[in-house]
Ligand binder design. Structure first.
Ligand SMILES: Nc1ncnc2c1ncn2[C@@H]1O[C@H](COP(=O)(O)OP(=O)(O)O)[C@@H](O)[C@H]1O
Ligand SMILES: [Mg+2]
Length: 261
């Protein structure tokens, strides 16, 4: 059975001044253990989709299911990492306290909490920074704190919204490899939104290309590049080039649709 299923999802933002149909009619399923990347033009409704998946926003029509259950509130088994990690970490709390927060909210006992935080910090290679404050860390390290916080309570599904958009290229490459390692080691199902085509093909087992609003699925591209992938090798393989061309064309077509609309 699919872990995530999106059925005829439609989302309209309505206010007195305007009406925006952000998502037209979205349909897709995500299998357990898959790494799905989602790309699409800016304003395509990617963040809106993730908010619906995460139970933070109610669909106008249609249903999102996690493990068969319709999502109405934030699902227990899902963790989210947003783009703006700067704003998602509390500056007055240490790294350890930031990672611990969702565990506290879930009422995990103190000793167990400590163990889970230690494991999560170790997984993102930040054990040494446990007692630092987020503002004392680089952008890449801050994003690793956000990732540690997401994996600390051992989610089944991890959803990320353009998480590496604000870091430099080298840091980004390291964070991508960190995500691939966590995906394998922690047996996660990952839904990863990015506007970077190369990143989508490098990370994904599958790339969903969304159209501009009102959004639908333009293309569903299987990525049959073997794992483990490496920054040096994978990106120069002919298969990689062919896939990025296909995704790129899909996005161009999606933009073209918008211009002609
Ligand atoms: N809270 C909101 N109220 C009204 N319109 C919104 C709101 N959030 C997003 N939108 C609109 O919905 C569309 C999709 O936005 P978004 O989901 O942020 O796209 P993406 O993440 O793909 O860039 C855009 O036209 C955006 O302006
Ligand atoms: Mg967005």
């Amino acid at each position: 059975m699919a872990v995530v299923s999106v059925e005829h999802l439609n989302k309209v933002y309505e206010s007195r001044e305007r009406r925006v149909e952000a998502i037209g009619d979205l349909n897709f399923e995500v299998r357990p253990g898959d790494f799905t990347c989602i790309v699409g033009p800016s304003g395509a409704g990617k963040t809106t989709l993730l908010k619906c998946l995460a139970g933070l926003l109610a669909p106008t029509r249609g249903t999102v299911r996690i493990n068969g259950r319709p999502v109405t509130t934030p699902p227990e088994e899902m963790a989210i990492v947003f783009q703006e990690y700067g704003r998602s970490l509390f500056p007055w709390k240490t790294v350890r306290e930031n990672v611990e927060l969702p565990l506290r909210e879930r009422g995990v006992p103190k000793d167990e909490r400590r163990r889970m935080v230690d494991t999560a910090l170790e997984a993102v290679a930040l054990s040494h920074a446990a007692d630092s404050y987020p503002w004392q860390l680089s952008g890449g390290m801050q994003q690793r704190v956000a990732i540690a916080r997401a994996v600390a309570y051992q989610p089944k599904v991890m959803v990320l919204d353009e998480p590496f958009a604000a870091v430099d290229a080298q840091t980004r490459a390291d964070l991508e490899d960190l995500m691939l390692r966590l995906w394998t080691e922690l047996d996660l199902t990952v839904i990863f939104v990015t506007h970077d085509i190369d990143e989508a093909v490098y990370l994904g087992q599958r790339v969903l290309v969304l159209s501009s609003s009102p959004t639908r699925v333009m293309d569903d591209v299987p990525v049959d590049i073997p794992s483990p992938r490496t920054q040096a090798q994978t990106r120069v393989e002919p298969e990689f080039a062919a896939l990025r061309t296909r995704v790129y064309s899909g996005i161009q077509a999606a933009k073209g649709r918008a211009t002609n609309a």
